[in-house]
Design a protein around this ligand. Structure first.
Ligand SMILES: Cc1ncc(COP(=O)(O)O)c(C=O)c1O
Length: 386
């Protein structure tokens, strides 16, 4: 089918919920995708922050092919070697305090379950989240989302959600009390325009949580799985080595196979009993194989080291471009802040066959490239920007 035929069919039969780029992806390899018309695009958006290992990483492809031949799925009612190994690997790379994993299918589902666990643990209801944070589109997660208009789309909202100011520890102190079950945040607010907070902010949050026995949840759907150069934001120097009680992951975790997870510490784990949580598809064999291969590929190819180098390289190369005000973020979660709206730049880059992302901040262009992106590929962006 040519592009126009594909576009027509999708528009006819799919709800028009996204403003789409006018290309149809056919194949992908590394940081590149090829369209239905055979054109090649550099993917600096990583398939929406998902394709951390790059498109069609050989290790991931081989693991999935192998798993498909064995068994696609069985639920948590039985044991599975590949699921056991995926959970073991996640706990091994997680901050020290993390002891167990709960598999689900998406970021929003991971956040729903994280908040539920916090309420179960504390027997309290109130959840503190932040201005500019995005946590998903299901009922509790959208009620915890104070970015733009999203919360209104989820009306009627789940009660007991309150909003503090991101980066402002005083605003948290005013809301935190013995009624509060959890404080949940994106440690770098991606959709808001790659907004960061100082490491002291995270130390302050940990202190408040400890004082009031509140559960600290890091929504690492975007920052996790090596994206910042650390396996997780939690426990890293970016967080002043503070460890969250629950870390939620999705996006990059399965290289594109839908999967989410809640990683929890011993204190949370001991309060969760049989039948407290559940999901049919969570921890299915195909997803578990994808998780294991993704983590192994990132490790084997030293992608975390690579993405830290890439960040530094990009910082240097952007210096010569007058219109660039700053580079926000860390590793492969980056926002190029321009002096004015980047809408036209986003479109012009696409015309030059480079895919980037926008954000809620009109001046911030988001880059969420595969963690295996190379310097000469970054050069193509610099040339096009110039
Ligand atoms: C930080 C964050 N949390 C949660 C979600 C929701 O994830 P999903 O779309 O997989 O439900 C997203 C999605 O963009 C996200 O960026």
């Amino acid at each position: 089918m040519n592009f126009e035929e594909i576009e027509h069919l999708e528009e006819q039969f799919q709800l028009a919920t996204y403003a789409k780029m006018r290309i149809a992806v056919k194949t992908g390899k590394g940081a590149w995708i090829w369209t239905s018309g055979g054109e090649k695009y550099l993917d600096l958006y990583g398939g929406h922050a998902v394709c951390a290992t790059g498109h069609a990483h050989p290790r991931v492809v081989a693991a999935l092919k192998d798993q498909v031949e064995k068994v696609l799925f069985y639920s948590n009612l039985v044991y599975s070697e590949v699921r056991a190994k995926a959970a073991e690997k996640l706990v091994a790379i997680a901050p020290e305090s993390i002891t167990k994993a709960f598999f689900c299918n998406s970021g929003t589902e991971a956040n729903e379950n994280a908040m539920r666990m916090a309420r179960m643990r504390t027997k309290r209801k109130k959840i503190i989240t932040f201005s500019g944070g995005f946590h998903g589109r299901t009922a509790d997660a959208i009620s915890a989302t104070f970015l733009g208009n999203y919360r209104n789309l989820g009306k009627p909202n789940v009660p007991h959600h309150v909003c503090a100011e991101f980066g402002n520890i005083e605003s948290v102190r005013q809301l935190a009390d013995k009624e509060t079950a959890a404080i949940m945040l994106e440690p770098i607010q991606s959709m808001a325009g790659v907004t960061e907070a100082a490491p002291e902010f995270f130390a302050g949050l940990r202190k408040i949580c400890d004082e009031h026995s509140i559960v600290l949840i890091f929504d690492e759907v975007q920052t996790g799985v090596g994206r910042t150069g650390n396996w997780f934001f939690s426990g890293s120097n970016l967080a002043d080595f503070v460890e969250a009680d629950i870390i939620t992951l999705a996006k990059s975790l399965g290289s594109g196979v839908p999967v989410g997870v809640c990683l929890v510490n011993a204190c949370i784990a001991e309060s969760i009993k049989t039948n407290d949580l559940g999901t049919t598809f969570g921890g299915g064999m195909l997803a578990a194989a994808a998780v294991l291969a993704t983590l192994e590929a990132i490790e084997a190819d030293k992608m975390r080291e690579n993405i830290s180098d890439i960040e530094n390289y990009l910082r240097e190369r952007l210096k010569g471009i007058e219109e660039v005000k700053s580079l926000r973020g860390k590793g492969g979660l980056l926002g190029i802040e321009f002096n004015e709206s980047c809408k036209l730049i986003h479109q012009k880059l696409l015309d030059n066959k480079i895919i980037t992302g926008t954000s809620s901040n009109p001046n911030v262009l988001r880059l969420l490239p595969p963690l295996c992106i190379k310097k000469d590929e970054i050069d193509l962006l610099i040339e096009a920007l110039k």
